[in-house]
Design a protein around this ligand. Structure first.
Ligand code: 9WN
Length: 454
């Protein structure tokens, strides 16, 4: 490792140390003072490389918030920070209305992409020497929790039994104000009585121009209220939610997670077949319903209206993370990485993937999920490319994962053209993927050493 890389690694570890509460890592001290679901998975994937104990503690802490119906909430609140440090706090969710909510943890009632089985697998897989035994115990402990989590998703989030899972809030995608949802909003505007009283705090600490608009927040909050009004009952919400989307990233991550749960089962001497079968089901449904042959791309689908969301975003590359496309199709998808839509540089030297199509009028280089580069999503694409042996494309992203933080610090997101950092600073997911890519050893075919079964 060269000196720059060593310094970057140390700085990235310091970001995670700064966010470490003793039980979990906050995404950002100033902006996100609680525990977030997919952030914690990324943090654990990084810790798995150098601190097994922390990886286990992080994931155990998250699953303390697991509901009795199996759902893993997108936020587990820290009781020390519920006084206006973040909005919406527990009072907006009022999860006590559901008989399934945990009684000893304050949480939200929605979910985020299911990176958990992958994080648990990596934690066990990379554990060395004196940690190997603890990690094996951890795997045994987490397996039934993961099974309940995946059961919940496949049971409650497959509205028409197609195999594709639906999200019922933009926050569930992890990509809050992606222009993909504007398509849905075109036919849904909440009336004033659907929007609860609320006061934003997010735009006090980060430039309001870089955050979602008030109009978008009205919709976010209307969906929070709807969840509360339905006592967070998934059956009722499947019927009533105006936002019901089969997202390419959510499903790509799910197909991988089901597969990784199968690998966990195998490692524990149990039958992997039921989990692998689910993974194939999601994979087939994605290839059938979300693949746009004319665009060489995976789209998302508005499940409420039964229409394809005909827009291209970084999510369209994430099926690579789960080996969803055939090798031929994967090459087709990669072709998009060379177009003006996703290559933010004039020369051949493309690097990180912008979150949204640069050729679309809805693109913005500095507004949150409307175009900026998010390195956690880039890591999903990077990992996928490596699995296909598409190492040239992967190398571009790996380079960006180093260069962007070296140039602008561990920011939440970056301008795809200039590399300028935006959003909060000291951001955990950014630090995590830097650590993983610096420490991970992948074999000649691009796969994590020893995972030839994938
Ligand atoms: C809402 C914590 C989270 C990330 C999401 C990101 C942002 C929250 C917010 O921050 O969402 O969940 O308040 O904007 O969009 O991906 O998990 O880092």
């Amino acid at each position: 490792m060269d000196d720059d890389a060593r310094r970057l690694l140390d700085a990235a570890k310091r970001v995670l140390d700064d966010g470490w509460t003793g039980a979990h890592t906050v995404p950002s001290r100033s902006q996100y003072p609680h525990q977030w679901s997919w952030d914690s998975c990324f943090h654990a994937i990084a810790y798995a490389q150098y601190d097994t104990h922390r990886a286990m503690t992080e994931l155990r802490s998250l699953f303390r918030g697991q509901w009795q119906d199996g759902r893993v909430p997108h936020i587990v609140f820290d009781p020390d920070h519920v006084d206006g440090d973040y909005m919406p706090g527990p009072e907006h969710w009022d999860t006590a209305r559901s008989k399934h909510a945990p009684r000893d943890a304050l949480t939200s009632s929605i979910v985020q992409p299911a990176v958990h089985a992958t994080a648990v697998f990596n934690t066990w897989f990379h554990a060395r020497d004196d940690h190997a035994r603890d990690a094996r115990g951890f795997l045994e402990e987490m397996f039934p929790k993961l099974v309940r989590w995946h059961d919940f998703l496949h049971r409650e989030r497959d509205p028409d039994g197609s195999g594709l899972l639906a999200i019922r809030h933009p926050w569930e995608s992890g990509r809050d104000n992606s222009p993909l949802w504007d398509d849905v909003y075109a036919s849904w505007r909440p009336s004033p009585e659907d929007v609860p009283a609320y006061e934003r705090v997010d735009s006090k600490r980060v430039d309001a121009d870089e955050r979602p608009t008030d109009e978008q927040y009205d919709r976010f909050m209307a969906l929070v209220k709807l969840s509360r009004d339905c006592s967070h009952d998934e059956r009722e919400l499947r019927r009533r939610s105006p936002f019901l989307v089969e997202d390419a990233l959510f499903n790509g991550v799910m197909a991988r997670a089901d597969h990784d749960l199968g690998r966990i089962a195998r490692a524990l001497g149990k039958d992997p077949a039921p989990f692998e079968a689910r993974s194939w089901r999601v994979t087939d449904a994605m290839n059938e319903r979300l693949w746009r042959g004319d665009r060489h791309f995976y789209a998302s689908r508005d499940a409420r209206r039964g229409t394809i969301i005909d827009l291209m975003s970084a999510a369209g590359f994430t099926p690579l993370f789960a080996n969803v496309p055939t090798p031929e199709r994967a090459v087709e998808v990669c072709g998009q990485l060379d177009t003006n839509s996703f290559c933010p540089r004039d020369d051949e030297d493309c690097w990180a993937v912008p979150s949204f199509d640069r050729e679309n009028p809805g693109y913005s280089a500095d507004r949150y999920w409307k175009g900026p580069v998010w390195l956690n999503v880039n890591w999903l694409i990077y990992d996928g490319l490596m699995r296909y042996g598409l190492t040239d494309y992967a190398a571009r992203i790996r380079r960006a994962i180093r260069e962007l933080p070296l140039g602008a610090g561990f920011r939440e997101y970056y301008d795809p053209e200039t590399g300028k950092g935006h959003g909060t600073d000291g951001f955990g997911m950014t630090a995590a993927v830097v650590i993983e890519t610096l420490l991970e050893t992948r074999d000649a075919r691009g796969r994590i050493a020893g995972t030839a079964d994938t």
